[in-house]
Design a binder for this molecule. Structure first.
Ligand SMILES: Cc1ncc(COP(=O)(O)O)c(C=O)c1O
Length: 395
C-alpha cells in the first residue's frame, strides 16, 4: 500500500466555504485591502479573528512567513551589525529574513526536544547579540520559559518563528505570543493556509505600528486613506500586503483550525498509543505543551539504523525520510557567505562565524520523519502501525 505523505495540513481542508468566500471577493471587485468599489474588509476581519484566537492585541497580515519574520526584526530595530541567535534546524527563510535586515544569524545547538537549547543560547551571547529567534520546529514549541528568562537577563528581544506551529501552546498560552512578537506563515504546508501568506502577532502597539508602516511601503496610512510619506514619521519600506482573496480564504480556514488540530492529534495519538515507545524513541517535548502534530518522528541509535528503518518503510510504501538534505548552516549561503550583492553584504559588516552545532548534526542524521496530514484514512493509519510493529519484530 502507498501511504499519502503530504505536508499540506490546511490545504486538505479547502472546501466549499473557502471557494464561496473567494468568489464573494472576486464578485466585489475589491481585491486590495485598502480600496475597492465594494470593499469587504476581509483582511481586517482576519486580523481581528486571529488576534482573538491567539489572545493578543495586534495581528498584522502580510504576504508570507518570511516577510513576517523580517517585519518582526525591522519593528524591533534589528539591523546591520546585529546577531540573531537561532537553531540551524529550520527552513532557510528563518535565517534569510534576518540577513535581509542586514543582521546575521548566529546558529546555536538544539537539545533533545530538537528545538533550540537554552544552554546553547546563553553560552553564545556576545556584545552583538540583539535577539533570539525561537523557532517552533515541526509543530513543537520551544522552551519559552527558559528562553524568556535568558532574554530578560541579557536584555534581548525574543521573536518566535511560529511558521510551523500555529495552534501549539504551553499551559494554554499559544506559541508565537510569548516573546516581543511572533511570525506566522499561511503557506500551503501550514496549519491553515491561503497558498502563501503570513502574519505578525504582538501585544506591543509600537511594534505593530512600525511593522504596519514597513509592510505598506513605509507609508503612514489612516484607515483606507492614501498613505503619506511627508509627516516626518515615515521610513522606507516594502510592499508585504496580503490580498483580500487570501484573507477571505484564511478566515474560512481559521474557522476550521480546531478540527484540523484535533484530526492531527487523533492520528498521532492512535499511532503512538499502538506502538512500543520503548523501541520507537519519539520526540521529547516541553512539560505542559500541546503541540501541532504535523509529523511522526523517531530517533535511532545511529545514522545506519535510521537509514535501515527508512529503507524498510519506503519499501512498504511509507515515505519516512530525513527532515531534509542538510541543516541550513551547511548551505553555501552561509558556509561561503554568499550574498546577492558583490560586496557580500551583510557578511562584510559582521563577524559571522560558522558555529558548530554538534547535537543538531548528530540528531539530524538519526531521526526519521513522516508527514501526518488529513489525507490519512483509517486504513492507512492501521497499516502504518502494523508495519511499525513488523519492523520492531524483525529487528
Ligand atoms: C520554520 C519556517 N520559518 C519560516 C518560513 C517561511 O514562511 P513562508 O514560506 O510563508 O515565507 C517557513 C516556511 O516553510 C518555515 O518552515
Amino acid at each position: 500500500m502507498k501511504i499519502p505523505n503530504d505536508p499540506f495540513l490546511g490545504t486538505h481542508y479547502i472546501g466549499k466555504e473557502e471557494i464561496k468566500a473567494a468568489k464573494k471577493v472576486l464578485k466585489s471587485k475589491s481585491l486590495f485591502r485598502y480600496h475597492g468599489p465594494n470593499l469587504l474588509f476581509k483582511t481586517d476581519e482576519f486580523e481581528k479573528n486571529m488576534a482573538e484566537y491567539l489572545g493578543v492585541k495586534y495581528v498584522l497580515a502580510c504576504s508570507n512567513g518570511a516577510a513576517a519574520i523580517k517585519l518582526c526584526c525591522i519593528a524591533n530595530n534589528i539591523g546591520p551589525g546585529d546577531e540573531v541567535i537561532m537553531s540551524p534546524f529550520t527552513f532557510i527563510a528563518s535565517a534569510s529574513s534576518v540577513l535581509s535586515c542586514g543582521a546575521v544569524p548566529k546558529f546555536v545547538d538544539i537539545d533533545e526536544t530538537m528545538n533550540i537549547s537554552p544552554k546553547a543560547i546563553e553560552s553564545n551571547i556576545t556584545e552583538r547579540t540583539k535577539a533570539i529567534l525561537a523557532i517552533h520546529m515541526q509543530g513543537q514549541i520551544c522552551d519559552m520559559k527558559q528562553i524568556l528568562k535568558i532574554a530578560k537577563k541579557y536584555n534581548l528581544i525574543v521573536i518566535e518563528d511560529t511558521a510551523q506551529a500555529l495552534g501549539a501552546e504551553v499551559d494554554g498560552k499559544k506559541a508565537g505570543t510569548f516573546g516581543n512578537c511572533g511570525a506566522f506563515s499561511l503557506q500551503a504546508g501550514k496549519t491553515i493556509t491561503c497558498g502563501e501568506g503570513g502574519f505578525l502577532a504582538t501585544n506591543d502597539k509600537k511594534i505593530y505600528l512600525k511593522a504596519k508602516m514597513y509592510h505598506d511601503n513605509g507609508g503612514y496610512r489612516v484607515g483606507c486613506d492614501y498613505p503619506t510619506w511627508e509627516n516626518g514619521k515615515t521610513i522606507f519600506g516594502e510592499n508585504f500586503k496580503l490580498t483580500e482573496i487570501q484573507s477571505a480564504i484564511a478566515n474560512e480556514q481559521l474557522k476550521k483550525i480546531d478540527k484540523i488540530l484535533l484530526k492531527q492529534e487523533n492520528v498521532y495519538n492512535y499511532i503512538v498509543n499502538n506502538i512500543n515507545t520503548n523501541f520507537y524513541n519519539i520526540r521529547k517535548n516541553i512539560k505542559g505543551s500541546k503541540n501541532v502534530h504535523t509529523n511522526l518522528s523517531f530517533e535511532f541509535q545511529s545514522a545506519e539504523e535510521c537509514n535501515k528503518f527508512i529503507n524498510f518503510m519506503n519499501n512498504k510504501g511509507i515515505g519516512f525520510n530525513l527532515y531534509c538534505s542538510n541543516l541550513i548552516n551547511k548551505y553555501d549561503t552561509f558556509v561561503k557567505k554568499q550574498s546577492w550583492h558583490n560586496s557580500n553584504y551583510p557578511y562584510n559588516i559582521s563577524n559571522y562565524v560558522d558555529n558548530k552545532c554538534l547535537k543538531a548534526e548528530d540528531l539530524f542524521r538519526r531521526v526519521a520523519w513522516f508527514n501526518l496530514s488529513g489525507s490519512l484514512k483509517r486504513k492507512h493509519i492501521k497499516y502504518i502501525v502494523n508495519i511499525l510493529k513488523e519492523y520492531e519484530n524483525e529487528f
